[in-house]
Design a protein around this ligand. Structure first.
Ligand code: MLT
Length: 409
């Protein structure tokens, strides 16, 4: 008799965004005449930057000729892309990251979900609440948690994000092995300064823990004092793995390209306390289970770092930030406390009621989709997340509808 991984039975029946999509589809079936505006899942709507499109076309043409055709590439990514990433995203900011510490992949979601596989099952994981559900769910799947009781998995160290701490949780008091951090934050849009981030790095070094730092929304940072990478903090390379994505940076949600940074200095330990480089473990995993991102996609990603590509990506992120500002201003004017939206495409709104009720109100009366905060964890109850990823005209229309509904409510 074949047996299942029973850890899966501890999970909620469906992934948050799949659940929302199902509800929205049911609403659309019931009201086929209504034009629903989606500000729920953070999916981009604008076309790829012209520099990326051009590089894509050129690479496809190379694949069409025998002399320039390419089969399997290096699993970790082509040198031409890894070099550019290391130089532009890290070395230019004073972070000493080398090209061979970059692992190109098909998504930060996959990397975030896969990385925990190289750590022991019996470690304790510290996870913020509210949180991007992937961090938590993949640890549940791996058997690092107990049952789901009262909105929380037993055995997880939850780090509460509240209005009081500006949704930047305090350092955990418990003994923890893996710590998940995400800045600019998904879902709250909160950011972290260098001094505060240094406290986390120092904490991880003192405890021999590892920080999994998700910086997928780095492109939206405008405040010059905010760190773009955890490696801007001294000593972070010993204790941190960082995740980045071209999804939000260059509109690659449907194109798929991301990367993780695993510095050679980053160290974890055997049960006997022997130090082991995480780089070697991740390298082994990546080269065994992954066959690389396609050549044209990597060429398109490399074009992000050309002078035109950089300018076009900046323009793209400015476009979504303009939406974010509009959303935040409108909701604030209506008297709702908001955070995020200035260095982030997400606006976290205190909706002053049950977050699913607010979700239903917006869907049914304004025909606008948001994401209920409680879907990101217990501390998200009473909040919703509104995403700035949509066309500006649609965001304007959504805000007009929301204004009418909330004024009348
Ligand atoms: C989100 O809406 O939280 C993101 O789009 C999810 C993701 O990037 O996987």
């Amino acid at each position: 008799m074949i047996k299942i991984n029973e850890n899966y039975l501890k999970l909620e029946a469906s992934y948050l965004f799949a659940d929302i999509a199902k509800r929205v589809a049911a609403f659309q079936r019931a009201h086929p005449g209504r034009q629903v505006i989606k500000l729920g899942i953070g999916d981009v709507t604008r076309p790829l930057p012209a520099a990326c499109i051009q590089a894509f076309h050129t690479a496809i043409d190379e694949m069409a000729r025998a002399e320039t055709f390419r089969g399997y590439g290096p699993e970790q990514g082509y040198e031409f892309l890894r070099e550019k990433i290391a130089q532009h995203d890290f070395q230019a900011r004073g972070a000493n990251i080398a090209a061979d510490e970059i692992f190109v992949s098909d998504g930060a979601k996959c990397d975030n979900g896969n990385i925990q596989e190289v750590f022991a099952t019996d470690i304790t994981v510290a996870i913020p609440d509210p949180v991007y559900p992937v961090y938590l769910d993949t640890n549940v799947m791996a058997g690092r948690t107990g049952a789901f009781v009262d909105g929380r998995y037993q055995g997880v160290v939850y780090m509460d994000g509240t209005r009081k701490n500006g949704f930047v949780p305090a350092l955990p008091e418990a003994e923890v092995g893996l710590i998940y951090l995400c800045f600019p934050n998904n879902p709250t849009g909160a950011t972290i300064g260098k001094a505060q981030l240094k406290q986390w790095v120092d904490f991880a070094r003192a405890r021999k823990a590892i920080i999994l730092y998700d910086a997928a929304y780095e492109i939206f940072i405008r405040d010059p004092d905010l760190p773009h990478s955890i490696y801007e903090i001294e000593g972070a390379a010993e204790v941190a793995v960082e995740f980045r994505s071209f999804s939000k940076m260059a509109g690659f949600t449907g194109t798929r390209c991301a990367y993780s940074v695993v510095p050679k200095a980053c160290t974890a330990y055997t049960a006997a306390g022997e130090p082991q480089p995480v780089h070697a473990l991740w390298h082994r995993r990546h080269t065994t289970k992954f066959n690389g991102v396609s050549y044209p996609v990597q060429r398109a990603a490399a074009a992000v770092y050309s002078s035109e590509g950089l300018a076009q990506c900046r323009e793209l992120s400015d476009y979504y930030l303009r939406n974010a500002k509009l959303i935040r201003n409108e909701l604030s004017d209506l008297g709702y406390a908001c955070i995020g939206g200035d260095n982030s495409p997400y606006i976290w709104v205190d909706c002053r009621m049950d977050s699913w009720k607010f979700f239903d109100l917006l869907l049914e009366k304004a025909n606008v989709v948001c994401t209920p905060g409680v879907g990101f964890g217990r501390c998200g109850a009473g909040y919703v997340r509104i995403s700035a990823f949509n066309d500006h005209e649609k965001v304007q229309l959504a805000m007009e509808r929301i204004r009418n509904v909330l004024r009348a409510a």
